[in-house]
Ligand binder design. Structure first.
Ligand SMILES: Nc1ncnc2c1ncn2[C@@H]1O[C@H](COP(=O)(O)OP(=O)(O)OP(=O)(O)O)[C@@H](O)[C@H]1O
Ligand SMILES: [Mg+2]
Length: 502
């Protein structure tokens, strides 16, 4: 029956030391409902969801599932009782196969007399992968051989094999390009048709309004309001989230699109092991160069090449600086020469999660801070506190570990590293992924300021409004080669760009 209450939380409280992550949260989700959850970075969205999914326990409060008391002993237990969650951060375990990742914690069904039947497990995994529409993913492959998006899709498979009644999706779509998003939307539709429920977290208000029939707004751990389809409006949602009016568009207002003549970085016939072929481009002083395309068009590989992460098959990336003409061969040379890189895959590449905010922020700046070999703790502290303040990183102190931060706040730490290091060139791969509207506005303003100050930016993005809104010039890639180039102008539309993407 549609409309019947399926899941309820009553008076949920949760604190982490001095941080009150949740305060008296009462949530009721009915069958057939797709409930959106929205709120600023650090407002408690992931925390309430991980309590429902059994990954964390509340300090106080009760939960009910199908009318009965519900207190899961862990996430596998919650999943067995009908609740699955796709987590915000990378949720696969490296070093094991796709199939083992799908059935992790639940291998018993394939075990007989203590022996695991890998064949049966792989077969079952194959079935789930086919069911969600990705027969091309091989269950026996090592998870590490998959790209970011396919790893995320494996997590979807893990959430779905148990045929959950409540599916929680924590900011997964922003990490995914078209293929993965289509899978998620399709699953949401199926859940709704089968009278089950979905909790959907996203920072994309338009996406939420499209997909959800109700949206709950959280602010500082408090449930502020729940809006029905008829009550939803972007302005209203933003106001509820931040508690004040956020007016205007967040992109830069000018359509000037001019930048310096000086070339600062040059890609010469760059060919990478996957995707990119003979890529040639120049980045200029004070330019925001947008790179767009479908997820596997090669744009992420170009970002990695510019930072010297992957070995190139042919060609090179050259830095032009003070008459120098230097080939970027490793991240070390890149950092030394003031190139900063924000990875799409921030947990794996961009942050040391088991170190403090301060240690992460100052890490690339150590040569800058150290006079000879001595690094003064005071200068480190000053540098990191400045960044915490400018970027409004939500934490109780800069000695807090990064693995305790909310997703969006981790991204801010990554950005801060390169600001603190006084980088001249910024390679930003999906820089606003998982960042709330308020902070997004700040990030864009910051990028514009950097540009005005003569810094150069390569912004790799899967979001067309962002590319159009911020770039001086946009290069679109298709299957590893440039398929279109656009200069900043008021008339540029998403439609023009999409034509060269597909
Ligand atoms: N394990 C932890 N230890 C300490 N603090 C934590 C921990 N997990 C979450 N927090 C804090 O609780 C608050 C709520 O975090 P949560 O991850 O739920 O936010 P969120 O709404 O999901 O944000 P985002 O949009 O950035 O993902 C934040 O201030 C965060 O720093
Ligand atoms: Mg979160």
């Amino acid at each position: 029956m549609s409309g019947q209450c399926l899941l309820e939380t009553k008076g949920i409280y949760k604190s982490f030391g001095p941080t009150r992550a949740l305060v008296d949260v009462n949530l009721k989700v009915s069958r057939g409902e797709v409930r959106g959850l929205i709120g600023e970075n650090g407002s408690g969205k992931s925390t309430i969801c991980s309590i429902i999914a059994g990954a964390q326990t509340a300090d106080e409060g009760e939960m009910f599932l199908r009318g009965g008391s519900f207190s899961p002993k862990g996430n596998v237990d919650a999943q067995m009782q009908g609740i699955s969650m796709i987590v915000q951060e990378a949720g696969t375990i490296s070093g094991i196969t796709v199939a083992s990742n799908i059935f992790l914690g639940n291998l018993k069904q394939f075990t007989k007399h203590g022996f695991l039947s890998v064949r049966r497990m792989n077969l079952a995994a194959k079935k789930v992968l086919e069911k969600i529409g990705v027969p091309e993913i091989n269950p026996a492959a090592l998870i590490d051989t998959l790209n970011f998006e396919d790893r995320k899709i494996v997590e979807i498979a893990r959430a779905m094999y148990s045929e959950p009644e409540v599916l929680i999706i924590d900011e997964t779509t922003t990490a995914l390009a078209q293929k993965g998003r289509a899978i998620i939307y399709n699953m949401i539709r199926q859940m709704q048709e089968r009278n089950k429920a979905v909790l959907f977290i996203s920072h994309d208000l338009e996406e939420l309004m499209e997909v959800c029939n109700t949206i709950t707004v959280l602010r500082d751990g408090n449930l502020i309001d729940t809006l029905t389809k008829e009550e939803m409006a972007i302005g209203k949602l933003r106001r509820l989230m931040v508690g004040r009016d956020l007016s205007g568009s967040y992109y830069r207002a000018d359509f000037d699109g001019s930048y310096g003549k000086e070339v600062v970085l040059e890609f010469n016939q760059v060919t990478t092991a996957v995707n990119v072929e003979n890529f040639c481009a120049q980045l200029h002083k004070g330019e925001i160069l947008g790179l767009g395309g479908l997820s596997d068009c090669g744009m992420h590989e170009i970002g990695r090449a510019a930072f010297g992460i992957d070995k190139l098959v042919t060609g090179n990336v050259r830095l032009r600086k003070d008459g120098k003409n230097l080939v970027i061969t490793s991240p070390e040379t890149a950092i030394k020469n003031k190139i900063g890189y924000v990875s799409k895959d921030r947990d794996k590449e961009a942050l040391i999660l088991t170190a403090s905010i301060k240690d992460n922020i100052v890490s690339p700046s150590l040569p800058l801070l150290s006079k000879a070999t001595f690094v003064s703790p005071a200068s480190e502290k000053k540098l990191s506190q400045e960044q915490v303040k400018t970027m409004e990183i939500k934490c109780y102190s800069d000695s807090q570990y990064c693995n305790e931060l909310s997703g969006g706040n981790k991204q801010k730490v990554v950005f801060s590293k390169w600001l603190a290091n006084e980088s001249e060139i910024f390679i930003l791969d999906c820089p606003t992924r998982g960042i709330d509207v308020g902070v997004k506005a700040n990030m864009y303003a910051l990028m514009y300021e950097l540009k005005k100050a003569g810094k150069s930016i390569i912004m790799i993005s899967e979001e067309l409004p962002e590319l159009i809104g911020m770039s001086d010039r946009i290069l679109i890639l298709k299957e590893g080669v440039i398929s279109g180039e656009f200069t900043r102008n008021e008339a540029l539309s998403e439609h023009d760009i999409i034509e060269c993407m597909i």
